[in-house]
Design a protein around this ligand. Sequence first.
Ligand SMILES: [Zn+2]
Length: 243
Amino acid sequence: MAGNTMEAIVLKVMDYREADVIATLFTREQGKLRGIALNARRSRKRFSGALDLFARLTVTLSVREGLSRLEEASVISLASHIREDITKVALAGYACELTDLLLPDGLPNLRYYRLLRAWLERLDSAPPSPMDRRFYEINTLNILGYRPELERCSVCEGPFDGSKPLTFHPSAHALTCRNCAGAGTAVAPTVPLLLRASLATSRFGTITFSPEELADAGIILDNLIIAHAGKEPKSLRFLREME
Ligand SMILES: [Zn+2]
């Protein structure tokens, strides 16, 4: 049976039986798929070391429900500079785990594919940056329909104009003005503006956060990611331990 040719990013690889590999892929054409590559650890010809984490590939897949069959793969980019730096590996691994946790199987999402691809290219070519991480997270939440309210207070509906002190409510996953707030975490007034600006551009490295803004954005985004993933991703716990 002839397969479908697609572009794919490798999210996860697992050795299976004596010589097979099961790979979780995020494909441009059909979203997240799991494929078994028979004899991949022996057949250099069909897979030629392509099934590496974070690699971008051209793959030929016979798509089936559950487990597809990976017929062939060739490398577009191995993203090999990511593997030279433990922080880059942690950030790329986090993006792959989030993709696996938050996106459904078999549903194409071209905007998210482009974001993930851009984030891995950025990690491959520039020093790892916590600002880029937050840029990736808010864009991910937005694309998947989990964008938090960043325009106005959820109690008095007053606009966030960058001057009023704000409070984040971890259990409600929402921001309010400090005057409207009960207990919560103080957040710098400019944070929702920076997150909005991060959604208005598709380019990494264009939005700059101060250390305080970065820490506050981190409290909000980590909270939302955990809420939507339904648990704390292992790679997120690892990133927090590294900080
Ligand atoms: Zn308010």
